[in-house]
Ligand binder design. Structure first.
Ligand SMILES: [Zn+2]
Length: 563
């Protein structure tokens, strides 16, 4: 699609002051908010497509954009309500390819309200011309905004991150997990000599008469916060992955000049990591587009098919780059399977975190898996439940000060899944995971598209696959803060074990008595058995079950007292 209404490709006047300082310009609460209950105006439309032309102007820290958005109207509407940070000034608006009288659109804080008169069953197209200095992140990607940086030799190195505050930081969108457009086309104009790797497939690169280049990309159903701009003097290492599913997947890593050896080493991890995911989970979801990674001036982010990498080629005893592996995991758990509400983001981060130990196990066996799982265990806080059962915003999940589970969606999520995997067994766990990711257990390239999931749906998949109701499991791990505790009592030659948990908790447990292993079914949450008074007992010797640990609680208390 081409820009209309106003010419976009005029070179902007370039004042010589640099981009805004970190944290500037400030953003409002409305822009910071991502997700939560959706306004009726947004529920009334389906997002068909976005076509975004963006010029990146590093000298002033400015973006100049034209967005064309197409919506299917599901219910009669009199206005469209888009999210867009007020730091971006809207210059003009068009509806159905005609300019709209400025009195018919307005900018309530962080939003763009557009008068329309559309009947259900029709389609509406909106053009938005805007420009401004987007908010600069303080500590990306843990807060959000754009990152203006420079390479060692002083050239522009730029990236966007938007998971927390949302897509409205730099483009007009529906800032809710379910606000994904069915297709996104990007045209990114950058200064001479710079590149703009982005989401999806590269359609082409035009060179403008003054040397600027315009990079055209198209992505299928991107996650709302996954659209990303990346600008820099990148070099590339590319290859093709021959998938076990018969397709060929283009792979590219864009890295800063001067790092070729390190870049090639990281790139060499791409194919074996894909082997793991395709064997253990299923087909790479965007094989018809690419596997893309770009070096960023921030740590990392799961930008669909253009994952951000900023781990500095760190080495680890596991022998692989956890950050690259983690962000790539989100192509399955985040971008292919997207939680329909922030309340269910353990689906992204619990699985996204479990994938590193599972990759360690794939490469080196059970000892590595166990060691990596143990490395996560003492990070679990158990202050509040992982899900609340209602629509919440990103900050209500990530910020403990706002009652959120915070990092528990990573570590406790991974440990809950680790326990579930043992409880129902690997084949069932694989099927549940495939149903959640692809909506089917026999995924092949072309027989699935990105989908939304939820905790309730996930529990349903566990029931469907196992034929048993595991509500008691999710009630305790998802909907309660405290962990179940296994209380052990030895009296004479009798051992009693009992689960202390809110509600029924018939979780089996393995024990080892003088080196002999047994699994106790723990029906009714308890077991009593004879044991010699001098026998040596080890409970749950492989640490299969996420349960209360006094040692870890004491460690956490001690740590916070020595801070
Ligand atoms: Zn993650």
């Amino acid at each position: 699609m081409t820009p209309l209404l106003l010419p976009l490709l005029l070179a902007a006047a370039v004042p010589t002051k640099g981009p805004p300082a970190k944290g500037m310009p400030a953003i409002s609460e409305q822009t910071q908010k991502s997700g939560g209950p959706r306004p009726a105006e947004q529920l009334a439309v389906g997002f068909r497509s976005v076509d975004l032309s963006i010029e990146v102007l590093p000298d002033t820290g400015t973006l100049k954009g034209h967005a064309t958005l197409e919506f299917d109207v599901k219910q009669d509407v009199t206005r469209l309500l888009l999210d867009l940070d007020s730091n971006l000034k809207v210059r003009s608006v068009g509806v159905n390819r005609a300019p709209l009288d400025p009195e018919r659109w307005s900018r309530p804080d962080g939003q763009l309200s557009i008068d329309v008169s559309q009947r259900a069953g029709t389609r509406v197209t909106v053009d938005v011309f805007y420009d401004g200095q987007p908010h600069v992140a303080v500590n990306a990607p843990w807060d959000d905004g754009v990152v203006w940086s420079r390479t060692k030799d002083g050239r522009t190195w730029f990236a966007t991150t938007a998971e927390g505050y949302g897509c409205d930081l730099w483009w007009p969108c529906l800032d809710f997990p379910r606000g994904e457009p069915a297709v996104a086309t990007l045209h990114v104009i950058v200064p001479k000599g710079l590149k703009a790797p982005s989401n999806g497939k590269l359609l082409g690169v035009d060179t403008l008469p003054d040397g600027r280049t315009n990079w055209h990309w198209r992505a299928r159903q991107p996650n709302t916060y996954a659209l990303a701009l990346n600008v820099g003097p990148f070099e590339e290492v590319t290859g093709t992955y021959r998938s076990r599913f018969g397709n060929a997947i283009p792979m590219t890593y864009w890295y800063l000049p001067g790092e070729r050896a390190k870049a090639e080493k990281l790139f060499a991890e791409f194919a074996p990591t894909l082997d793991f995911f395709e064997r253990v989970i299923g087909p790479y979801p965007f094989g018809d587009e690419k596997l893309g990674v770009v070096e960023t001036p921030h740590k990392g982010m799961e930008h669909q098919t253009i994952n951000a990498y900023g781990n500095g080629y760190a080495k680890a005893i596991e022998g692989f780059d956890w950050l690259f592996q983690h962000e790539l995991a989100h192509e399955w758990f985040g971008n292919q399977l997207t939680a329909g509400d922030w309340d269910d983001y353990w689906l992204h981060e619990g699985y996204g975190t479990l994938m590193q130990p599972m990759y360690g196990e794939w490469r080196e066996g059970r000892a590595r898996y166990a060691a990596m799982m143990q490395g996560l265990r003492d990070k679990i806080a158990n202050k509040v439940p992982m899900v609340r059962g209602r629509s919440v915003t990103e900050e209500e999940v990530y910020e403990p000060t706002r009652g959120g589970p915070g990092q528990d969606i990573y570590y406790k999520g991974a440990w809950m899944l680790h326990t579930l995997r043992w409880l129902i067994g690997d084949p069932a766990f694989r099927d549940v995971t495939r149903l959640a990711v692809y909506g089917r257990t026999d995924p092949r390239p072309g027989n699935f598209t990105p989908r939304y999931g939820s905790s309730a749906e996930y529990e349903g998949f566990v029931r469907q696959v196992t034929g048993r109701d595991y509500r008691w499991f999710f009630d305790v791990y998802l909907r309660q803060a405290a962990l179940p505790e296994l209380v052990e009592t030895r009296r004479g030659d009798t051992l009693s074990l009992a689960w202390k948990a809110p509600g029924a908790f018939p979780m089996p447990v393995e024990i080892e008595v003088d080196g002999v292993r047994t699994t106790l079914p723990m029906t009714d949450g308890r077991a009593t058995l004879p044991i010699a008074a001098d026998a040596h007992l080890v409970i749950d010797p492989d640490a299969r079950v996420l349960k209360r640990s006094i040692a870890i609680e004491e460690l956490q208390t001690w740590r916070s007292s020595t801070k």
